[in-house]
Design a protein around this ligand. Structure first.
Ligand code: DAH
Length: 339
């Protein structure tokens, strides 16, 4: 018992000394071999025990083995991190790679664009800082019309505005194409002096314009219905409601059937919370006024056309049930992650 015990003490001393003088990882590896290897000191000690030896000696040797293991792995870890290596624990869960995505508005604009492209429309972008002619005068909007009021409109110079609608694109497109046919969708930014749950000073509109021989209201209805069914779903219906705009005659507001009550205005026996009447307003449209055709250099006796101007944020809100438009322009990742 005594000699084996002495051997344990000797090995412990030697190991402690060895450990002090080795710092590189391969030095530590060779200590591992020297003490814990198959031919190593600890194993030899085990092997040298007589068959009927005191179990306490076995325990002591096991202690020594554990002690050496712990010290060596601590030292190895320190050596590796000094050498600039990270000790890799393969059991730690990985860091997820965050994937970006397009902003919901960009997604909506792309979807609108692709629906209209499917009907042969070309995508345009026309100026968002515009002169009075394209923005108002040429569209038959008189001087005293509220659309020109500086309470509503951002003036950036004399007779120069940040466009409050995308309808300036109508005259611009006629000037550019010079002759029918025209089939364009102008998607751009629009600006108005307003800010509440359903209005922001900057928003987006998409303006459609179709001009050709014999274009009539049924074409407007057909295109509208196609867009509504593609964007909102095949069970949605469309209706025209008489309205007034300076640059169309006749003019309409377009309504679509409510997706919640299916156009009935009722959920069970109570009135639908979303629409109350069964219908939701999409936006304005109409047959291009002959004066506007003329202002664009087209002959109203030879061609006719329809136009519409609808809000991008508005259709996104109608489709997703968003309660507050301002959320779209927030940078709240919890909101954005939903799209
Ligand atoms: N420009 C109108 C607005 O911003 C919307 C509009 C109505 C556009 C009728 C049109 C149209 O092209 O035909 O309120």
């Amino acid at each position: 018992m005594g000699t084996k015990f002495n051997e344990i003490v000797e090995i412990t001393k030697e190991f402690t000394q060895d450990l002090k003088t080795s710092s590189l990882s391969d030095e530590i590896d060779s200590l591992n071999l020297k003490y814990l290897g198959r031919q190593g000191k600890v194993n030899s000690l085990f092997k040298s025990l007589p068959i009927k030896s005191d179990p306490k000696i076995g325990q002591q040797i096991n202690h020594l083995k554990k002690f050496i293991q712990t010290k060596l792995s601590e030292k190895l870890e320190a050596a590796l991190s000094v050498a600039g290596h990270q000790v890799i624990d393969v059991t730690v869960p990985g860091i997820p790679i965050l994937k970006g995505s397009l902003h919901p508005l960009t997604q909506t604009i792309e979807e609108i664009e692709s629906i209209f492209k499917g009907l042969g429309f070309v995508r345009r972008r026309y100026p968002e800082v515009e002169t009075d002619w394209y923005y108002a005068e040429g569209l038959n909007i008189p001087k005293d019309h509220p659309a020109r009021d500086d309470q509503e409109t951002f003036y950036v110079g004399e007779n120069v505005v940040l466009t409050a609608h995308t309808s300036n694109g109508q005259l611009r497109e006629m000037e550019y194409k010079k002759n029918p046919p025209i089939k364009m969708i102008n998607i751009g930014k629009t600006y108005r002096r307003q800010f509440d749950a359903s209005h922001t000073p900057m928003f987006h509109q998409f303006e459609g314009l179709v001009i050709d021989k014999n274009i009539n209201i049924t074409h407007l209805l057909g295109v509208t219905d196609y867009f509504v069914k593609q964007y909102f779903g095949p069970d949605r219906r469309t209706r025209l409601r008489p309205h007034h705009f300076q640059f169309t005659e006749p003019s309409f507001e377009i309504d679509i059937s409510c997706g919640l009550c299916q156009g009935t205005g009722l959920i069970g026996k109570t009135s639908c919370k979303i629409c109350k009447s069964g219908w939701l307003e999409l936006g304005g449209a109409g047959m291009v006024h002959p004066l506007v055709l003329r202002n664009g250099g087209f002959n109203p006796d030879e061609c006719s056309g329809f136009a519409f101007g609808w809000g991008v944020e508005r259709v996104l809100m109608m489709k997703s049930g968003l309660p507050d438009l301002r959320l779209i322009f927030s940078d709240d990742i919890r909101f954005l992650n939903q799209f």
